[in-house]
Design a protein around this ligand. Structure first.
Ligand code: GAL
Length: 416
């Protein structure tokens, strides 16, 4: 029954593709910061050039929590957008509910199976069929630093956590904020995950991918939580609730020395006209140089009706994987192309090093999915982890041992 329905859709779609009528594509995303908006504008523009209309469905809020809430209510009301920024295992959750559209025809015509690393194409498929198109690869374990602040404080940019704490003390003494941070659950998790990664790839995988009880509550987790809690000394009193891009601007304008954040932060430096290696420095988060926590943005396609709408949806999927979009979008977004074999000449040193690190880490087994950005676990387990991490960061009484214990118990409960 399902197969027959899909077959009919394919016929309808191939007919739709031969018409030249303009269709509308409604796209849900949360790309509203300076760098993010500049990046998504590339897609809006390319869609317009196809003769399609872009209906923007932007829901502000880094990490996308608010966007996902709004998406759920639209889907429940039977009126989902044509495409939505959905990532990782969440694609499978939407697929299970029967909302997603099979776009194998676009993928086949565009040779996606050959042009995507298998680790990526696997995520884009539900039940063996493409239902989403990947946009980019973000590396999450980055440290962004303002070299001028380091110079003024007489500190060196750290490559280990021990060096980080030494530098942060000096920076604080010199009157600057060592760590620009926003107290939002996903940002806490982003910082924590970078620290946990430095405990080793095997540990990271055991805890955040395989959800092993002994890793979740063991000594390495306790150590990571201890270092994480120490970060409270280095953030300013106004950190609570701050948006990530506001934190990035504190590094850009020299109020703060560092931020631990994925390379969408580079999009903010770029939008502000700053140059890597001159105005700012990008380094792997301390202790994680050979490792790569990946966050792959993707647009999942919803089942929509109307030939023109379906054509516009397929135009969108096709354009996203084309070399032109992969280059221009990622230059603005701070990420690297997900499409293999792309020329590197226009990309800066940070992107270059991200591309090298992605290749090297895939070869050594140090390429791991980001828990904080929904690539490692489903939304229930991610939510349970976020709660413990944020509560611990803000608690005056919880010990790292208690937090580790709570983490293991919450994950167990969320997995039932
Ligand atoms: C991530 C998303 C990135 C970036 C970031 C901050 O989850 O994958 O593309 O936009 O949130 O909004």
């Amino acid at each position: 029954m399902k197969k027959i329905a899909l077959g009919l859709t394919a016929v309808a779609l191939s007919l739709a593709a031969t018409t030249s009528q303009a269709g509308q594509v409604e796209v849900l995303h949360w790309w509203t910061s300076g760098g993010e908006a500049a990046a998504i504008d590339v897609l809006k523009q390319e869609m317009k050039e196809q003769g399609d209309t872009w209906k923007d469905f932007a829901v502000a809020g880094g990490g996308g929590e608010s966007a996902m809430t709004v998406l759920k209510s639209r889907a429940i009301a039977g009126n989902p957008p044509s495409a939505a920024q959905i990532k990782g295992p969440t694609i499978q959750e939407w697929g299970d509910l029967g909302f997603l559209e099979n776009i194998d025809d676009v993928a086949k015509a565009g040779h996606w199976d050959k042009l995507l690393p298998p680790v990526v194409s696997k995520i884009m498929k539900y039940d063996g069929h493409y239902v989403a198109v990947p946009v980019n690869v973000h590396r999450v374990n980055w440290l962004w630093a303002n070299p001028e602040v380091f110079r003024k404080a007489g500190a060196s940019i750290p490559t280990t956590w021990d060096q980080f704490f030494v530098a942060a003390d000096k920076i604080k003494k010199a009157g600057y904020i060592p760590l620009a941070h926003g107290g939002q659950a996903w940002q806490d998790a982003t910082l924590f995950e970078a620290i946990a990664l430095s405990e080793g790839t095997d540990f990271y995988k055991a805890a955040f991918v395989d959800l092993k009880d002994d890793a979740l509550k063991g000594p390495k987790m306790v150590d990571a939580l201890t270092k994480f809690k120490k970060m409270r000394q280095y953030v300013d009193p106004g950190f609570s609730g701050r948006d990530w891009n506001v934190a990035t601007s504190m590094v850009i304008n020299g109020k703060a020395a560092m931020q631990i954040m994925g390379d969408w932060a580079k999009g903010e430096f770029t939008a502000a006209g700053k140059r890597p290696g001159v105005d700012y420095v990008c380094l792997p988060a301390p202790g994680t140089s050979g490792q790569f926590t990946f966050n792959i943005d993707s647009l999942a396609m919803f089942k929509v009706s109307g030939k023109d709408t379906q054509k516009a949806q397929r135009d969108l999927a096709r354009l996203v994987m084309e070399p032109k979009f992969q280059e221009v979008f990622n230059l603005k977004k701070g990420s690297i192309p997900v499409r293999l074999g792309m020329p590197r000449d226009k990309f800066d040193a940070c992107a270059d090093s991200s591309m090298d690190a992605f290749n090297a880490a895939s070869a050594t087994g140090d390429l791991v999915p980001s828990m904080a950005h929904g690539m490692a676990v489903n939304s229930m387990i991610q939510g349970a982890m976020f709660d413990v991490i944020t509560n611990f960061f803000n608690s005056d009484s919880m010990t790292p041992e208690q937090a580790a214990d709570k983490l293991a118990r919450s994950v167990k409960a969320a997995s039932m």
